[in-house]
Design a protein. Structure first.
Lengths: 360, 275
């Protein structure tokens, strides 16, 4: 472990009473839990760092920082209680585990690694139980005692780093199309299939394809919390991080572009396929499309992570901090599953028996 | 003299041809009308025999028993007529038309629609077979393949073995059930049960798979449809080329039942077979 004291960190304090300030998703402002005073995010951020030039995203220089920072764990001394906190190289905002003071590590969100934009949290931690309960409800195979026997080991409101890709796609695809005709000819049933080769060439543009930029986050979990409403992206201010955890990216755009490419190529193929009208079936034979005009933004998106324990097994759920969408894997009650299987089998067998007797 | 003889011969031949054209079949049975076109439908007497064994395949006792069965059948189902007819020749006519003609030209049938059914057995060499024909309200029952199949499956083994009376008796039992219940009970069929169980297992698998899928909402995204800019799609080139065609012909299964009209035009349905 490389011991390095961070000096450029922000702990936002109320200008009226000096208590810690946190970002309030409900009002979209910084709020003092002690005296209730509210301040705009930009006001607090500007006063914390002084006048600082907003820097746009420049990913030409960050590579060096990435390779250096992510390899090392750093140590910070909490300025409120003096506790020693370790943070890995990608942590950009955290809480002191002793006094719960929020800490934003400016060095991790400035200069070449400053995010372009952020979607602030809209849901507060107190909204989580209601959202999660709605997620559980109606799940037929959930164990009956799941609520009673589950305990939350950890709840984190986390700004997850994402790359947003804007890409153009152009080029052509070759497809096979079939038209099937059925008719009677004398004593014969005739099936005639006409085979076609189809060519389609075109262009289209995709905006804001999100790919998470943190190797610590599970790709499919982050894919599942989509979609985000990117019309609510705001220019990044450090103040938004206050009260929440935040990570910095540790995976570069080059490494994540293939994931975005695969998704947009699939959609581009489907879009061109839809222009083939009047065919019984259409299949892609080869795809000669290419990505053009790609650009990337570095943004932070709000996600709550809930870690649960149920009967010795760990379950993780993610909640989209903007839309409230909950995703995760729930345990399946084997007894309920068996009862549903055999019940459906009995009903299905009865229905099939009646139908088969009717038609044969 | 010679001239007179030729004239007379020509006249006789002409008369013969004319009389032949008036007859539908040459040297046909006595019940066949001389002029089919001029035939008018009529109802025969109640006492007219319903069992006509021109092929003489039944013994006297068998005839008496079958006649009694036919009378009982007519009593059970008074709105229909039941006839059994055997012959050694169809005079070149198809069995189905010959059966229909016998029924119609002998005035069988109940009511304005001449409701009823005939079972015809042909003992003609190289044309042995049977035919069930129903007309009037009975036509509907004989249009269903399942009913014809059942009747054919019952009588066929008997006729093949030469047990003609037993075959007819079993068919009369079948007709009684058909006219009483409107269809033949299907009975227990193991294949149907196996098919239903397999269907039930498939349905159960689908249901539990759907319910289990609900429990896991974490999936990797495979497409980016939501992020496609509407209006940005430009199709620059589009071409469709016809390559070739493939044709697959499958012979249709022959239906068991078919529609048949008598020579006078009366419609009916039925089916039969050969032995």
């Amino acid at each position: 472990m490389d011991e390095k004291e961070l000096t450029n960190v922000n702990e936002y304090k109320c200008q009226n009473c000096g208590a810690p300030l946190e970002f309030d998703p409900e009002s979209g402002q910084m709020r003092c839990a002690a005296c209730g005073s509210t301040f705009s995010v930009s006001e607090v951020s500007m006063s914390a760092r002084g006048v600082q030039e907003q820097q746009g995203f420049d990913w030409s220089g960050y590579k060096n920082e990435t390779s250096h920072e992510t390899m090392h764990t750093t140590v910070y001394t909490c300025q409120s209680c003096g506790a020693t906190i370790e943070a890995d190289g990608t942590t950009a905002a955290t809480r002191c585990p002793y006094c719960d003071n929020v800490i934003v590590m400016n060095e991790r969100v400035q200069g070449g690694v400053r995010p372009n934009a952020v979607i602030p949290f809209k849901y507060k931690p107190k909204d989580l139980p209601g959202l999660v309960k709605k997620f559980y409800q109606g799940k037929k195979l959930l164990p009956n005692n799941f609520f009673k026997d589950t305990y939350l080991s950890e709840v984190q409101g986390l700004y997850v780093p994402f790359w947003l890709f804007d890409c153009g796609v152009e080029g052509g695809v070759n497809l096979e199309g079939e038209r099937v005709f059925s008719y009677r000819e004398g004593d014969y049933d005739v099936t005639e299939v006409h085979h076609y080769m189809l060519e389609r060439d075109g262009s289209m543009h995709f905006s804001h394809i999100p790919v998470d930029a943190s190797t610590k986050m599970s790709n499919d979990l982050m894919d599942s919390v989509e979609p985000f409403d990117f019309s609510e992206l705001v220019d990044f201010e450090e103040g938004y991080l206050s009260g929440f955890l935040a990570d910095r990216f540790d995976s570069e755009p080059d490494a994540e572009l293939p994931r975005a490419s695969a998704r947009l190529m699939k959609s581009a193929e489907e879009t061109l396929k839809e222009t083939c009208m009047g065919y019984t079936s259409v299949h892609i034979r080869n795809n000669g499309m290419q990505i053009t005009d790609s650009s990337v933004k570095y943004v932070l998106l709000p996600v709550y992570l809930l870690n649960c324990n149920y009967k010795g097994e760990k379950y993780q759920y993610a909640v989209n901090g903007q839309t409230g969408k909950v995703v995760g894997k729930l345990p399946v009650d084997k007894g309920k599953s068996a009862r549903w299987f055999w019940g459906a089998c009995a009903v299905g067998t009865a229905v099939c028996y009646v139908l088969l007797n009717l038609f044969f | 003299m010679k001239k007179l003889f030729c004239t007379l011969l020509g006249a006789v031949m002409l008369l013969g041809c004319l009389s032949m054209s008036a007859l539908a079949i040459e040297g046909g049975p006595a019940w066949y009308p001389d002029d089919v076109q001029a035939f008018v439908d009529f109802h025969t007497e109640e006492s007219t025999p319903r069992l006509v064994d021109d092929a003489d395949i039944f013994t006297d006792e068998e005839e008496a028993e079958l006649t009694a069965r036919l009378d009982a059948l007519r009593a059970n189902h008074p709105d229909s007529d039941f006839v059994v007819f055997t012959d050694t020749s169809t005079y070149g006519i198809e069995r189905d038309v010959y059966a229909a003609d016998f029924y119609v030209f002998n005035g069988y049938g109940v009511g304005d629609d001449f409701n009823g059914v005939i079972l015809f057995i042909s003992m003609e060499q190289n044309n042995r077979g049977w035919y069930f024909w129903g007309t009037g309200k009975c036509e509907k029952l004989f249009k269903k393949d399942a009913n014809i199949d059942h009747l054919n499956n019952t009588i066929s083994p008997y006729l093949v073995r030469g047990e003609y009376a037993q075959g007819v008796s079993a068919s009369l039992d079948d007709l009684d059930v058909l006219f009483t219940k409107g269809k033949f009970p299907k009975g227990f069929r193991p294949l149907i049960l196996i098919g239903a169980i397999v269907g039930g297992l498939i349905i159960a698998w689908i249901v539990t798979t759907v319910l289990k899928d609900e429990m896991n909402t974490v999936h990797e995204a495979t497409q980016a449809n939501l992020y496609l800019d509407k209006g940005s799609v430009h199709l620059r080139h589009s071409a469709d080329f016809f390559l070739y065609r493939t044709v697959n012909r499958v012979k249709r299964e022959k239906k068991s039942s078919s529609s048949t009209r008598s020579s006078s035009g009366r419609s009916g349905s039925g089916g039969g077979g050969s032995f």
